[in-house]
Write a protein that binds this ligand. Structure first.
Ligand SMILES: [Zn+2]
Ligand SMILES: [Zn+2]
Length: 162
């Protein structure tokens, strides 16, 4: 179990790449968002730090744009999420976190001890659980959220050796 968590964490780290400024600007334009320095910086931070919370993203952005306000970063994160350039997740007991891996309805595994979050690919195809087994009760379903809880490799007790 812990080993599986580790393998998937590594995989997520390989998948995550930080686009260039030109690529980031292209993403904003493609999403019909005006290109501004805070938007480019926030989008870069979301790509570079998957599952970071607003304060962490603010810290990263301020290293480049020292005068940017908390509210401005918050507003940009909201705009990016609404435009589909960022995904907002909020595991129970956690503040909101953001990631640039959007559109694949992947899941998350959360460490109960330290709060570390890692991506988990869908177990069964591209968009699982979008067809509830029972009935949608008239809802049009477009997202299913699955959160696995456990202990990350650093927090899990070491296997007994003899
Ligand atoms: Zn942990
Ligand atoms: Zn994720």
């Amino acid at each position: 179990m812990a080993g599986d968590f580790l393998i998937r964490s590594r995989k997520a780290a390989i998948v995550a790449g930080v686009p260039t400024a030109v690529e980031l600007e292209g993403m904003l334009r493609a999403a019909a968002l005006r290109v501004t320095a805070p938007r480019v910086a926030v989008l870069a931070a979301v790509h570079a730090h998957p599952h970071a919370d607003t304060d962490s993203i603010l810290g990263v952005v301020r290293s480049e744009l020292p005068t940017v306000s908390h509210q401005a970063v918050y507003d940009v994160l909201r705009a990016l999420s609404m435009a589909g350039l960022a995904r907002r997740i909020q595991p129970s007991g956690s503040v909101a976190r953001y990631e640039a891996r959007v559109g694949d309805n992947h899941h998350h595994v959360v460490c109960r001890s330290c709060g570390t979050i890692a991506d988990v690919d869908c177990a069964v195809g591209a968009a699982p659980c979008l067809l509830p087994s029972d009935t949608e009760r008239g809802f049009v379903v477009d997202e299913a959220e699955v959160t696995y809880w456990g202990l990350c490799p650093r927090c899990a007790p070491a296997p007994a050796t003899d």
